[in-house]
Design a binder for this molecule. Structure first.
Ligand code: SAM
Ligand code: DTB
Ligand code: SF4
Length: 329
């Protein structure tokens, strides 16, 4: 079946409301048409600049607008990043994602991030960054340095966006995604569930992602990790079945994209996660920590992968790319 980009909200709503087992069954069927069964891609995250972010995302520990008790940290040394990247590689990660709490990178930050991309890529890892908004020239320089993916989430529906973030617009997000695409990088873009949004907002988010001219190659589905001191600290937890439905619909309407279990796995049981894999999720973040919040940890993940007989996908860099990288170091 061809990948479609003309999904209507009505079609997506109908999928979302299928009997649950029909929905999961269909998602797994489509998954197996497009990906090897029982195989998971593993990424590792590192915060390269933490806290004091000028944006006001109501869910985030790093926003300067809320008193989350987070300890801020300036740009960390590139040597430290490389140490962490080597560790991630040794533990089976194929992609290393570096995140900074910026509204956008300043020009003075560019030499730092460009050098970091070059050095991480040279290790044989796929590279990903999430640095806030990018202009066209920044996107192109990151691509030239060897950045494979840029993460920039739409987070929620267009209608609900301004209830969650007021310091930028939904269209600002789309503009950055366009710059990333024009530069020829792959896109990692998804959302966050459990923000007090309605089912219709989750459908709206899926609609925006699935009607992009090219689907994001990677679609992270975060479940809110409630952070003390933020406006969403006490929001009611989303029913896990809604999370699974969102994953299954994402798999069906973006059949060739990796669907990633991102934040919030710590609050989910092994069987919740197994059901999410059944619904077509095929990627997750490993490690003890995401950016600022705890994650499941490598040990427990290894046990889960073993229990479910899931294989870990190897990095996709070719021998040719690897030898070029090695020569450039
Ligand atoms: N500052 C950059 C930006 O916003 O694009 C990158 C980092 S930001 C932390 C990346 C994503 O993490 C957000 O878009 C959101 O989906 C997710 N996220 C942040 N805080 C979260 C939380 N408390 N629970 C779940 N997901 C969260
Ligand atoms: C994404 O969608 N989720 C990751 C990654 N992209 C950068 C970040 C999750 C952050 C969770 C909250 C924290 O650790 O601060
Ligand atoms: Fe800043 Fe990103 Fe957190 Fe928003 S989600 S406050 S942009 S670090």
């Amino acid at each position: 079946m061809n990948t479609r980009h003309d999904w209507t909200r009505e079609e997506i709503t109908n999928l979302y409301n299928l009997p649950f087992l029909d929905l999961v069954f269909e998602a797994q069927r489509i998954h197996r048409e497009n990906f090897p069964a029982n195989t998971i891609q593993v990424s590792t995250l590192l915060s390269i600049k933490t806290g004091k972010c000028p944006e006001d995302c109501k869910y985030c520990s790093q926003s300067v607008h809320y008193d989350s008790k987070l300890e801020a940290e300036k740009r960390i040394a590139i040597s430290k990043v490389i140490e962490e990247a080597k560790l991630a590689l040794a533990q089976g990660s194929s992609r290393f994602c570096m995140g900074a709490a910026w509204r956008n990178p300043h020009e003075r930050d560019m030499p730092y991030v460009l050098e970091m991309v070059k050095e991480v890529k040279a290790l044989g890892l796929e590279t990903c960054m999430t640095l806030g908004m990018l202009n066209q020239s920044q996107a192109e320089r990151l691509k030239d340095a060897g950045l494979d993916y840029y993460n920039h989430n739409l987070d929620t529906s267009r209608e609900y966006y301004s209830h969650i973030i007021s310091t930028r617009t939904f269209d600002d997000r789309l503009d950055t995604l366009e710059h990333v695409r024009n530069a020829g990088m792959k896109i990692c873009s998804g959302g966050i569930l459990g923000l007090g949004e309605t089912q219709n907002d989750r459908i709206g988010l899926l609609y925006e992602l699935a009607t992009l001219a090219i689907h994001p190659e990677s679609v992270p589905i975060n479940m809110l990790v409630p952070i003390e001191g933020t406006p969403l600290e006490n929001i009611e937890k989303l029913d896990v079945i809604e999370w699974i439905r969102t994953i299954a619909v994402a798999r069906i309407i973006m059949p060739k994209s990796y669907i990633r279990l991102s934040a919030g796995r710590e609050s989910l049981s092994d069987s919740d996660q197994a059901l999410a894999f059944m619904a077509g999720a095929n990627s997750f973040f490993s490690g003890e920590k995401l950016l600022t919040t705890p994650n499941i940890g490598e040990g427990k993940d290894k046990i889960l992968l073993r229990k479910l007989d899931l294989k870990v996908e190897k990095p996709k860099l070719t021998i040719h790319e690897l030898s070029i990288n090695a020569m450039e170091v």
